[in-house]
Structure formats: C-alpha cells, structure tokens
Ligand binder design. Structure first.
Ligand SMILES: [Zn+2]
Length: 112
C-alpha cells in the first residue's frame, strides 16, 4: 500500500529530526489534492505505524492543498474543479499546474 510506505517515511523523518526524549505533539504536513495520496488512509497508516512507539501520541495534521493552475495562453490563474484542466477564460488546455501536487512535512511541533 502506497500510504503505508509514505507513513513510514514520515515516521523515519520525524525520528531523525527530533531528539529522542522530545514529545512530538503534532506533525504538520501539506498534501495536494492530486498528490495521489488519500489523507484518511495516510492518517490511518501513521496511527498503525506509531502505535507502541514514542510517537504514539503524535498527531499527523494534514492540510489539503487545492489544485490551481495557470493558463499559458491568457495567464489566468484558476482553481481546478473535478480535474477539469481547461482554462475557464479562453478554453485552452495548455495550462500549468501551480499547486495540488504537494506532499511535504512542514513542521514538527514539540510538547514542552
Ligand atoms: Zn486562458
């Protein structure tokens, strides 16, 4: 399962970056709507992986990033709804994706 290996990567990343005694409260991450990752599934996998470890009480907080694109013809920036990648202004299919593919941990919050 895709999400399981991603959850494992996040787990490793946090352990590498945090002092062993620190209590991690939240792990904030950005997840684009077309990143190919299902956030609910990722949260579930993360819970499974951290169970019984020092990260058991850490919460994976996922910020979903909507898909936006820019038209290469008329330079309009627009929100992409339902994976409809046509410029709403001029109808051009020549668009560049600006956001929506993100998948990154942005912050690790420590409880002190
Ligand atoms: Zn356009």
């Amino acid at each position: 399962m895709h999400e399981l290996s991603i959850a494992q990567n996040i787990f490793d990343l946090v352990r590498e970056n945090v002092n062993g005694n620190a209590r991690v409260k939240n792990i904030n991450m950005k997840l684009g709507e077309i990143s190919g990752v299902v956030s609910e599934s990722l949260e579930f996998c993360f819970e499974v992986i951290t169970k019984g470890t020092e990260l058991e009480n850490a919460v994976l907080k996922i910020e979903k990033i909507p898909v936006t694109a820019k038209c290469n013809e008329c330079n309009l920036e627009f929100n992409v709804e339902n994976l409809f990648f046509l410029c709403p202004e001029c109808g051009s299919p020549d668009v560049k994706i600006l956001t929506g593919t993100e998948m990154q941990v942005t912050e690790i919050e420590i409880d002190d």
